[in-house]
Design a protein around this ligand. Sequence first.
Ligand code: IMP
Ligand code: MG
Length: 177
Amino acid sequence: MEASHRILFNEQKIEQRVTALAQDISRDYAGKEVVAVCILKGALVFFADLVRSITVPVSVDLIQASSYGSDTVSSRNLIITRDITTDIRGKHVLLIDTIIDTGETMACLYKRFSEQCPASLAVVGLLDKKNRRTVEIPVTYKGFEIPDLFVVGYGMDYGEKYRNLPYIAVLNSSYDV
Ligand code: IMP
Ligand code: MG
């Protein structure tokens, strides 16, 4: 990386936490099937690792979306650039993202998915910048809480770069955790 950076979670730390999350999910959904939805693009690496460690039957789908506007979630606009093709009515759905920041995008997606009447809907976030939250969302499966730092790697980008880093790094090393 040309920009200064500091590793926050190395590959081993990530793997341990992702495996533990997958175990929690597999235990909670024992005897059921789940539809795992990857929120592109940031979740693609986390998603691929997570689903491979889940032991209950899983089907996968992908959605690419961003939210814009302000004030309340109900008045925000959600732009879907790629939608799921699964009929999720009556299914157990996991909405999976690598990082939850303000929570606005996830809140909009949560509302949209709820309206499609799944049997259950749960949010999975590897990283949670909890003190950046501007809207309440239930994060059922959480990897790590982090402070307000801009992180890259493990699917997350800065200007579309660094998604391929196998670890999670803080972009500017002047930040401190
Ligand atoms: P939210 O709607 O503010 O929660 O935005 C969530 C999205 O913003 C994530 O899915 C990421 O794409 C992006 N994002 C938020 N924080 C970071 C970060 O620290 N690094 C990289 N992307 C981030
Ligand atoms: Mg981005």
